[in-house]
Design a protein around this ligand. Structure first.
Ligand SMILES: [Ca+2]
Ligand SMILES: [Ca+2]
Length: 274
């Protein structure tokens, strides 16, 4: 663990806990359970003063570069650890035995994960073939873009780029697909956009992994690109971060990877960079 990591973490958690107490939200849950309180305006100010301190006031490529440095300080999971993490990050707020599947929106038993029809498995929103990073520890195990999904629907999405249009996807209301693209349901369009743009900032060709970037195309195949950027930007505007997405970001930060998706905290940074 780097010094930089510790410098950010310690004051932030202490301050968040203090604000939770001051705000009265600690009555139902002890201050030691930050996942109970999705990012609020108050905690965002704290994050700006600590976690995002070096990025504030920057725009464009300078902002992207600064965010890359910040979010690259993280704990990395193995692919098997991802199962356990997703049961937590994607828990159904109305039923703690279940997770919510990304595209279908179905609430399903956490324990029905696997590879059979009707099970849920680990959907790579940034398709792992786009850059061919597989499931080695790195982008292929980064839970900021890994979500529970129905095995069959995951297969239908495959490695398609994202775009509007197509035919209705069986078993996944509100989702559409054609030969070269996939359109998720409205409630998660912004989530998908912000996950992909996180990946673009996090992975810049460091180490042994490719530089992932969005472009405005479909049919990107195995190139380390995903489209279409203009559509993703529109989706991010149309579907701003909600409580589920914010809680997910907090749980990943507090308990698993200890890094954040900046576009959930600051959706306006999408337009600043792209
Ligand atoms: Ca959403
Ligand atoms: Ca990149």
């Amino acid at each position: 663990m780097s010094r930089r990591h510790l410098r950010y973490r310690r004051p932030l958690l202490a301050t968040l806990a203090a604000f939770a107490v001051l705000g009265g939200t600690a009555a139902a849950a002890p201050a030691a359970t930050p996942e109970a309180t999705p990012t609020t305006a108050t905690s965002l100010r704290v994050l700006d003063d600590t976690y995002y301190q070096d990025a504030l006031g920057k725009t464009g490529t300078q902002l992207k570069s600064s965010l890359h440095d910040i979010i690259s300080v993280q704990t990395k999971l193995s692919y098997s650890q991802v199962w356990t993490a997703l049961k937590d990050t994607d828990e159904d707020p109305a039923n703690s035995s279940n997770v919510i599947l990304l595209y279908t929106g179905r609430s399903q038993s956490k324990n029905s994960n696997g590879g059979s029809v009707g099970d849920w498995n680990r959907e790579h929103v940034w398709a792992k073939s786009h850059g061919d990073f597989g499931t080695a520890t790195g982008p292929g195990t980064d839970i900021h873009h890994l979500r529970p999904e129905d095995v069959t629907v995951n297969s239908i999405r495959g490695n398609k780029d994202f775009d509007n249009g197509g035919s209705a996807v069986s078993g996944a209301p509100g989702n559409y697909t054609d030969g070269d693209s996939f359109e998720p349901r409205d409630a998660v369009k912004g989530d998908v956009a912000r996950m992909l743009l996180y990946m673009a900032v996090r992975y810049e060709g460091d180490g042994s992994f490719p530089d992932l970037e969005p472009n405005d195309k479909v049919n990107n195949g195995s190139a380390p690109y995903i489209g279409r950027l203009s559509v993703l930007k529109a989706w991010s505007q149309e579907d701003p971060p909600d409580a589920f997405e914010k809680r997910r970001n907090d749980v990943i930060f507090d308990q698993y990877q200890h890094n954040r998706n900046p576009f959930i905290d600051h959706p306006e940074w999408v337009e600043s960079i792209w």
